[in-house]
Design a protein around this ligand. Structure first.
Ligand code: SF4
Length: 242
């Protein structure tokens, strides 16, 4: 619907026209979705819980370890109603909005509010390269700070750190001692363990021995949470939709 057509509707129907216009906008609200499926949450303090994943299309980063390149472009438009109905069909409390980079699509903000209104625990997984301040405060943000090994360290939006709260989690994905030391430096500099619900240290799958990172954490007496990408151990590492 063009802006002219909307103006005509408003002129013709006054307030009632505005309501009509709002209803039409609601109907037209949509997102480009890569996949919606249920699995086990694997990369946060909710790890191990049943979770519905809404994977949105598009990402503007190209991390060296990305395992969801299929979400860069593949996807179909889905209305809010279609998304909410599909999520509801799994009868699951926990819902994670992931990608790609979900915050590239502005309609993700009202979708998260709708899911919160419906009583879901909503998690947002985001790269940390986009403003998180507009996210519904009822949602939990699981934000990356991209390490040097990702190849995208310059994309970190540092102002996001000011918006993190005790509801949120901050994730560092690391593949080397350099990544680990970079992460430790940021944890100390921004007092991240006191600012967030959890600071997550994850090894890049296949690039570094997980035990190595655990030994460094223990040696340095860090109060961070080590984690593995659980789904890669339950299914094959390249399996989609899990
Ligand atoms: S931000 Fe996530 S989806 Fe985008 S390239 Fe990096 S790992 Fe892949």
């Amino acid at each position: 619907m063009t802006e002219n057509a909307l103006t005509r509707l408003r002129e013709r129907h006054g307030v009632a026209g505005d309501q009509h216009v709002s209803a039409m906008f609601e109907k037209e609200k949509a997102l480009t979705v890569n996949e919606i499926y249920q699995s086990i949450q694997g990369e946060s303090t909710w790890a191990g819980e049943r979770c519905v994943f809404v994977r949105l299309t598009f990402c503007d980063l190209r991390c060296s370890y990305c395992d969801t390149e299929y979400a860069f472009y593949e996807g179909k438009k889905a209305s809010f109603k279609e998304i909410v109905d599909r999520v509801a069909s799994f009868q699951c409390q926990l819902v994670e909005i992931t990608g790609g980079e979900p915050l590239l699509q502005k309609n993700v903000l009202p979708l998260m509010s709708i899911l919160c209104d419906a009583g879901h625990t909503v998690l947002l997984e985001t790269s940390g390269a986009h403003d998180i301040s507009k996210v519904d405060p009822r949602a939990h943000r699981i934000m990356d700070l991209k390490t040097p090994g990702s190849g995208e360290v310059e994309k970190n939006l540092w102002s996001n750190i000011d918006h993190l709260t005790k509801r949120d989690e901050l994730k560092f994905v690391m593949g080397s001692r350099e990544d680990y030391e970079w992460s430790c430096d940021k944890v100390r500099k921004f007092d991240l363990t006191n600012r967030c619900r959890a600071v997550l240290f994850s090894p890049i799958f296949g690039r570094i021995d997980p035990r190595q990172i655990v030994e460094w954490i223990l040696a340095d007496k860090l109060d961070v949470r080590f984690q593995l990408q659980m789904h890669k151990f339950i299914w094959t590492p390249t399996q989609r939709g899990v």
